[in-house]
Design a protein around this ligand. Structure first.
Ligand code: GLV
Ligand code: MN
Length: 209
């Protein structure tokens, strides 16, 4: 009898955990939209739902290094509770968006200029790559390490990425590992190399003044 009860309890817990996993994402809100704490409801009009931060792209020259322009909850507060955000990605010829993850969202990338080499690694360490042409889309599953590279020597590239979270978060693999003061000995052991090599990697990633 006790065993039957235990099995039942375990089944309930497992079902609950599975539902929680399937629903993992931005929390649902119980209102049409979220009004920031420092704003009164009466002050909300169309401007609150409009983001003009991407206008800087119009007519401006290509950057000399890879550049991301975000429209997430931080830049565009009306996204709070709506489970969506955007980024515009500019890749000068030969530039790379280094390996990184988004802990809270999948990313749907749409190439609107040039071409891109892209890839992600799954949790079995299998690498999936693709060469994207103008007009192609690619999905980077939530939380997995991914990158993009503009291998074209003569042409820049541009992409728009949609995220399934108002605040997808970005964890850069090189920056989080080599610029956060993790002990050199620990990193040398983890990467099966020597401290001098780790210090060289750290120096290359240190912010330039
Ligand atoms: C591109 O992958 C980005 O998240 O910036
Ligand atoms: Mn990304």
């Amino acid at each position: 009898m006790a065993l039957t009860k235990l099995c039942f309890l375990l089944a309930v817990v497992a079902t609950f955990a599975a539902v929680q996993t399937a629903q993992a994402g931005d929390p649902d809100i119980l209102s049409d939209f979220v009004v920031p704490l420092n704003m009164s409801n009466g002050k909300i009009d169309g401007n609150f739902f409009t983001y003009t931060g991407m206008r800087v792209l119009v007519g401006s020259p290509y950057p000399s290094e890879f550049k991301v322009l975000k429209a997430s909850k931080a830049e565009f507060p009306a996204l709070d509770g709506q489970s969506v955000s955007y980024a515009v990605l500019q890749y000068p010829s030969g530039s790379v968006n280094p390996p990184h993850t988004h802990p809270r969202a999948a990313e749907l990338l749409f190439v609107i200029d040039g071409s891109l080499e892209v890839g992600f690694v799954d949790t079995t360490n299998k690498l999936y790559t693709q060469t994207l042409k103008l007009g192609d889309m690619f999905i980077f599953p939530k939380g997995l390490v991914h990158f993009q590279y503009n291998a074209d020597k003569d042409n820049h590239a541009m992409a728009v990425s949609a995220f399934g979270s108002a605040s997808a978060g970005t964890v850069s693999v090189p920056l989080s590992v080599f610029t956060t003061n993790i002990d050199d000995t620990i990193l040398a052991k983890a990467f099966k190399t020597d401290v001098a090599t780790i210090q060289k990697l750290k120096a290359g990633l240190a912010p330039k003044h």
